[in-house]
Design a protein around this ligand. Structure first.
Ligand SMILES: Nc1ncnc2c1ncn2[C@@H]1O[C@H](COP(=O)(O)OP(=O)(O)O)[C@@H](O)[C@H]1O
Ligand SMILES: [Mg+2]
Length: 614
């Protein structure tokens, strides 16, 4: 009905309001970017862990490297001590052998240089050839040289080196390193030769120790540089030594020191004065020299007089170590990166799924919101529409008899002289009034359905009473059959309402009937067609004309009727009663003609809730 709908403008306003509502709701609840929220912190943490790993690996490598060099430096010091000790012992044995030799003693006592050369010469030659002994002196008690077996032409000079003066002062054998004027380092042993009538003189034996650095390099795999302080040398003499011993080096290579022995062919170009200063301060140094990585430390070099005459630079080639370390760290870092990327990828896909689920849920919520808004709108429109229909129908139903009453009353006034005609007209006015009264009564009955009072009710009794009432009021006297279960069925229902609904169904069945076929009332157990809950079905089946499928959807609407004298309120009442009991009502056309109306009622009646809802 057009007049039942709200005005068109109002409908449009409602529609736009709904749309706006849905849109603003969706804008306010955008799904969070789950991936972005997790992936970035994860990537940062991963990078941090890798960084920490690399730093730790570096510090571990530095420690390992430093400890290795420190151990080698200690080993160098020990080895030097051991070798010097061993050589000293040998030299001591040699000197003792000489002092035990009567012929040598006699020659020394008589300062007979030729006899000394003759007696001691062969032994010295053997020592020089087999044991690296390079010097052998015979000195008088006042430290004047009597004979140099290694250089017999030089003699008569004063020998006042630290070893010699110490041996004289302490009257005991003294040994130690001495720096020669040519820059040679010599291990010297001086021992006083005591005779029966006092000190005969002093024997001094020595060896140049350049060979030592080679031996140490061979056993400890380190290169050594022996640096001597320039203050203890003269440049001309050092240069003389350079040529004499076929050494390498340059006087100006370092500021304060000069090399006197070295195992490596070349001093690394990066080894300069500032590096030496650092090493002298006890630190270690790492630098690259060409394609080598070198690690350096330093040991002090003291002479027999206790002076620090120079330094022993210990240099280790750590190229291979460094390369191995670098390649392992790179491999581990790459592997970790790969694993991290894998985990990150998995994480990404997992989060992607979460995000999609989240989005889907969000969309569903969105749709639900829209649907419920739409639903409310439709309900509102339907309510207004139903109200319009109702008012129109009531007006229509009351208007016809009232028009009759007005017309008949006018006619009666005009024909007041004819009492018989007036009575006839008054009878018709009375009937029209009765019609209005009957319509108002059925309206009141419809509204009374809301009053609901349920109690345990034997269903057989309710059906029997209704059939009885129906037989008294229905003029056509249709036969009615009842099919009830053997056991009495007691349901918690409102007996008056059930009777009312059943009566309406019987009345409709009778009005639809076209032959003498019986109307069948049945009560049987059945589950709810909607929820499957246990309950009972009270049905009325007729053999009538059936319901046109076109109107099947409208028969429960108030005021819908296909009969000229119908009110269209019978089935709405039936539906209302079923709903009040928490049940449902359905209509189906039977295959052999006729219709079956079925009211399903639940076993457990929870309709108290519906009383107020209704
Ligand atoms: N048993 C039936 N067989 C066929 N049609 C029926 C039956 N019961 C109801 N109807 C149809 O449903 C309409 C509505 O019925 P109802 O609400 O009782 O109103 P009324 O009986 O006043 O028409 C009827 O006009 C009729 O067309
Ligand atoms: Mg009816």
């Amino acid at each position: 009905m057009a007049e039942g709908l709200p005005p068109l403008e109002l409908q449009a306003t409602e529609y736009w309001r709904t749309l706006w509502h849905v849109k603003s709701a969706s804008l306010g609840k955008n799904p969070r970017r789950v991936k972005a929220a997790f992936i970035w912190p994860f990537a940062i943490v991963l990078t941090f862990i890798l960084g920490a790993f690399a730093a730790t690996a570096y510090f571990v490598e530095v420690r390992v490297r430093d400890r290795d060099l420190a151990e080698r430096v200690v080993a160098v010091a020990k080895l030097v001590d051991q070798k010097l000790g061993k050589d000293t012992n040998l030299m001591q044995a040699v000197l003792r052998t000489m002092m035990d030799n009567r012929a040598i003693e006699t020659a020394f006592a008589s300062l007979d240089r030729d006899a000394l050369i003759r007696e001691a010469g062969p032994l010295f030659e053997t020592l020089r050839a087999d044991h690296r002994i390079t010097h052998l002196y015979f000195n008088s008690p006042d430290l004047i040289n009597v004979l140099r077996l290694h250089s017999p032409s030089e003699f008569g000079d004063l020998i006042n080196r630290a070893t010699m003066t110490k041996a004289r002062d302490q009257e005991t054998a003294v040994h130690g390193l001495e720096l020669g004027p040519l820059g040679t380092l010599t291990l010297r042993l001086v021992t006083p030769w005591r005779a029966s009538n006092g000190i005969l003189g002093y024997l001094e034996i020595g060896e140049e120790i350049e060979y030592l650095v080679e031996e140490i390099r061979d056993s400890l795999s380190v290169d050594l540089f022996v640096l001597v302080d320039k203050r203890f040398l003269l440049p001309e003499q050092w240069h003389h030594g350079l040529a004499l011993f076929n050494r390498q080096g340059s006087w100006d290579r370092f500021g304060s020191h000069v090399t006197v022995a070295q195992t490596a062919g070349q001093v690394p170009s990066a080894l300069n004065d500032s590096v030496l200063a650092n090493l002298r301060a006890g630190r270690t140094e790492v630098f690259e020299d060409g394609n080598r990585v070198l690690h350096l430390a330093m040991l002090p070099l003291d002479d027999a007089g206790g002076r620090r005459i120079g330094d022993l630079v210990v240099m280790r080639d750590i190229t291979v170590l460094q390369k191995t370390f670098l390649s392992s760290v790179t491999a581990v870092t790459l592997l970790s990166l790969l694993a991290g990327a894998g985990v990150l990828g998995l994480f990404y896909f997992a989060l992607d799924r979460v995000e999609r689920d989240y989005q889907r849920q969000h969309d569903l919520e969105h749709q639900l919101l829209r649907l419920s808004t739409e639903h409310q709108r439709i309900l509102q429109i339907e309510k207004l529409s139903a109200l319009g229909t109702m008012v129109g129908e009531i007006a229509h139903q009351l208007n016809n008899p009232l028009v009759g009453v007005v017309n008949l009353a006018q006619l009666a006034a005009r024909e007041a002289d004819d009492p018989a005609r007036t009575r006839e007209l008054l009878t018709e006015i009375h009937r029209a009034g009765e019609d209005c009264h009957a319509f108002i009564q059925s309206m009141l009955r419809f509204s009374k359905v809301s009053c609901f009072e349920s109690m345990p009710t034997p269903m057989a009794e309710v059906i029997e009473e209704t059939v009885l009432l129906f037989r008294q009021t229905e003029s056509r006297h249709c036969p009615v059959e009842t099919q009830l279960p053997e056991q009495p069925v007691v349901l918690t229902v409102d007996p008056i309402l059930i009777r009312h609904a059943l009566f309406n169904l019987l009345l409709n069945a009778a009005q639809a009937s076209v032959d003498e076929g019986a109307i069948v009332i049945a009560l049987e157990r059945a589950a709810s067609p909607d929820s499957g809950a246990p309950g009972w079905v009270l049905s009325v089946t007729d053999h009538g004309k059936g319901i046109d499928p076109n109107v099947m959807g409208k028969i429960f609407l108030p005021f819908f009727t296909t009969r000229s004298d119908g009110t269209g309120l019978g089935l709405p009442v039936v539906q209302h009663v079923a709903l009040l009991h928490g049940g449902t009502v359905t209509a189906t056309n039977q295959s052999g003609g006729g219709t079956k109306f079925a009211i399903w009622l639940p076993e457990e009646n929870k309709s108290g809730q519906l009383e107020h809802a209704a």
